[in-house]
Design a protein around this ligand. Sequence first.
Ligand SMILES: C[S@@+](CC[C@H](N)C(=O)[O-])C[C@H]1O[C@@H](n2cnc3c(N)ncnc32)[C@H](O)[C@@H]1O
Length: 264
Amino acid sequence: MVERLFSKQKVAGSRPVSRFFKIIYSDLKSHDYKKFSQEYSKLDITDTFYLGYRDVPELLKQYTKGKKALDFGCGSGRSTRFLKQLGFKITGVDINPDMIKQAMKLDPEGDYRLMQEGHIPLENESFDLVTVFIMLMEVPNLKKMKIIFSEIHRVLRKDGIVLIITDAENMYQHEAASFTFKFPENKNIKSGMQVKLKFRGGKIVFFDYYWTESDYKKVFISTRFKVIKLHKTLATGKELFKWYSESKYPHFSVYVIKKFKVWL
Ligand SMILES: C[S@@+](CC[C@H](N)C(=O)[O-])C[C@H]1O[C@@H](n2cnc3c(N)ncnc32)[C@H](O)[C@@H]1O
């Protein structure tokens, strides 16, 4: 199963960054999907992304009890299609119409829904699993992050779990197969600050928000979630990809969280 999921692996590092790459980024504040949704939709689960996703099938096997799932921040559906292949009955939600359009184009049979920020248009306690893959770095402040997790708490069943893939704390200090982080913005960063990355071999440049583990954990606790697993993915060196620093430094963290009971 895992082989099939990642069967489109390519050897990374063979795609040089264009020396003539010239775009004026001054208009870019964070994640300009109007400009980049089509290019983003072509991204596969390869290179550094592969490491983020690699251990998810095993973690899901270990922690999930049912198959009804919600992919929060589904984007162009890469994560949604991945979960569908794992046998989940999945709905993808996202606030960006361009990304939802791409998701529907790539998976016309899929269930993708545009949501208003802060409100998941679905029923209380209706999902066994909520996934939040490579999305939290787009949240500009902790108040919004708390609203997101309160909504996730509402739609999650009592014994459900949330599985999150997000940037590891030291991601921006170490070059990676999928991204370059060599920008002055990434020096002396603190939680909540904007950081900059460019996807290798393409035009996508994003300004992510850098969040520490300690801030993520504060948000989870305040929205009545507890961390049951924090997993960091390192390359083994046996993969087909040409790594930069992935064997030494984790670029993605995977959190498994679940609801805790409040005794009144
Ligand atoms: C980098 S993409 C990741 C897409 C997909 N999960 C994947 O792994 O390829 C992040 C997505 O999160 C969405 N997003 C950002 N803020 C959001 C919010 N507050 N609520 C829902 N979706 C949001 C963006 O529109 C974008 O499509």
